[in-house]
Write a protein that binds this ligand. Structure first.
Ligand SMILES: Cc1cc2nc3c(=O)[nH]c(=O)nc-3n(C[C@H](O)[C@H](O)[C@H](O)COP(=O)(O)OP(=O)(O)OC[C@H]3O[C@@H](n4cnc5c(N)ncnc54)[C@H](O)[C@@H]3O)c2cc1C
Length: 502
């Protein structure tokens, strides 16, 4: 039996949610370990759509360009008729980037590549997931959690202040906490496999027998690889042969007369779709995130994105409470994230129902740019605003000029683990002092930045003297007139973001 010194956070599961939380805690200087029962990183492509809001999160975490470099934009979708002719299906039309939304379209990145980039970023902070370590039990008391982990050298006991379960849809932690996971199975089972194949071009997402659930088959080229992601619904019961020969026979049976030759299979799985949401995301010192808290059909590409954003919501709150903020801040994690997952389950299940009718169109809601915490107890209740962005909304980007003349983006000011307070033509003396957890900027003729093109004032509907507070996760915390500066300062102090050591 091994024993190590206590850590602040143990993250169970090195999937997208666990890796995101690890990067966020690493950049905050929170002590943590990240364990996974797999012997080596997950090798499949399954969650391959990185939505615009997640791209913004990845920009903040310093990985977006790397993610974009190993991925690409979605290719046109070609649907084939029984006579072999095809047409281009325009299921989602992204607009051009705008000042407020710099990333308008999802990126296509196989999940194993996204995870590899996140691991690379984690390595830059000096950390790595510990593979071959399975969480097998835990107990919590008033001061912390004692966790049993089976690893290469036997059972290890780890003591931590908080345990976070990013341990996937079959979460051991959720089961151990006896948290209900109500929902339903959706009556759809599918194959997803990464194959090497001849007979398909790499410039299109090829869809055959569209709208026919018994014969449908699609091949999506995965950028910067020689792989296609094969997806196909299959009967609810019965064995499936996922070997190269088995998949070849499966394709030939569905596409007689079409010559596609399977050269290899790097990963394959057959799974039944369901939509379920955990009754609770927190039991005292233990949290659930990602698929451990919500599972859903892959339609609309929401799951990985929602998982990453769970972690991004939890990270700054764990850090703040470990630094002395009230424990109730951690209750806002479930308060904010569970309704988002509930809505996402509705969205992806609806899209699945429409896909069964052959309708694959996607709306703006899949982009996740309009998710809002407006109803959250963290959104400061100041005089109601009738125009522009509201507290709890995502803080849009804007272009500014530094007082020295150089262009700057508002997102540059948000980047990092801190809160951001902006005074719009406000008297600098009226603003709280900056610190490690709070960055303070002035925009205006006397400020360090100028709103030369007027984007900032227009997007946020601000008047001279107004203040805007942005949370560490890029959502607006408060918008207020100069008279409410004291309330903003109190709010920040309540989050541990002001004062000595902050
Ligand atoms: C076919 C398919 C297509 C999909 N397409 C999309 C898409 O286009 N877009 C999208 O956003 N999402 C998509 N998803 C969903 C996406 O893959 C998941 O939402 C995502 O992987 C969830 O991440 P996670 O970190 O919560 O969990 P996971 O990725 O499941 O990671 C959990 C980790 O925990 C580890 N673990 C489990 N138990 C223990 C234990 N006791 N001890 C230690 N480690 C443990 C596991 O080994 C695993 O590595 C798709 C899913 C499928 C199946």
């Amino acid at each position: 039996m091994e024993a190590h010194r206590p850590i602040e956070v143990l993250i169970c599961g090195a999937g997208p949610s666990g890796l995101t939380l690890a990067i966020d805690l690493a950049r905050r200087g929170v002590s943590f370990r990240l364990i996974d029962k797999l012997a080596a990183p997950f090798a499949g492509s399954r969650g391959k759509g990185i939505q615009p809001r997640t791209q913004e999160v990845f920009e903040d975490l310093g990985v977006l360009d790397r993610i974009a470099a190993v991925g690409g934009h979605y290719p046109p979708q070609h649907e084939y008729r029984p006579d072999g002719s095809s047409f281009e299906a325009r299921n989602f039309v992204a607009g051009p980037p705008t000042v407020r939304e710099p990333y308008p379209a999802p990126l296509l990145v196989p999940q194993f590549r996204t995870e590899a980039v996140l691991r690379e970023r984690l390595a830059e902070f000096g950390f790595a997931p510990e593979y071959g370590r399975e969480l097998t039990g835990f107990e919590q008391d008033a001061e912390g959690v004692t966790v049993q982990v089976r690893g290469p050298h036997g059972i290890e006991t780890i003591r931590c202040a908080y345990l976070v379960g990013g341990d996937g849809g079959r979460s051991f932690i959720r089961l151990a906490l006896q948290i209900g996971f109500p929902g339903r199975t959706l009556g759809v089972r599918a194959i997803v496999a990464d194959i090497r194949a001849d007979g398909l071009t790499r410039d299109s997402w090829h869809e055959f027998n569209h709208g026919d659930l018994e014969r449908q088959l699609s091949f999506c080229p995965l950028p910067h690889t020689d792989l296609f992601q094969l997806q196909a619904p299959i009967p609810l019961a019965g064995d499936v042969d996922l070997s190269p020969a088995g998949l070849q026979a499966f394709i030939d049976a569905r596409l007689p007369g079409v010559r596609i030759v399977v050269r290899g299979v790097s990963w394959a799985s057959a799974y039944s779709m369901s939509a379920r949401l955990a009754d609770r995301y927190r039991v005292r010192r233990v949290f659930l995130m990602g698929d451990a808290a919500h599972v859903h059909p892959p339609t609309g590409g929401q799951g990985l994105n929602t998982s990453v954003q769970d972690a991004y919501n939890l990270g700054w709150k764990l850090d703040a409470v470990l630094a002395g903020a009230p424990d109730t801040l951690l209750d806002t994690y479930e308060e904010e994230r569970r309704p988002i997952a509930a809505a996402m389950l509705g969205l992806s299940t609806n899209l699945l129902d429409r896909a069964k009718q052959g309708d694959m169109r996607r709306g703006r809601d899949v982009l996740q740019l309009d998710l809002s915490y407006a109803a959250s107890s963290l959104s400061l209740d100041l005089p109601v605003r009738h125009a522009g962005v509201k507290p709890g909304d995502r803080a849009p980007d804007a272009t500014l000029r530094g007082a020295g003349g150089q262009p700057r983006r508002l997102f540059d000011l948000f980047q990092g683990p801190h809160w951001t307070l902006i005074g719009f033509g406000a008297d600098p003396a009226s603003l709280p002092a900056a610190g490690r957890r709070l960055h303070v900027h002035g925009i205006g003729s006397d400020g360090e930045f100028r709103d030369v093109e007027g984007h900032f004032g227009r997007i946020y509907s601000l008047s001279r003297g107004d203040l805007m507070l942005v949370r560490p996760d890029g959502y607006v915390g408060a918008l207020a007139g100069a008279a409410d500066a004291g309330r903003i300062a109190d709010h920040l102090a309540g989050m541990g973001a002001l004062g000595r050591g902050a």
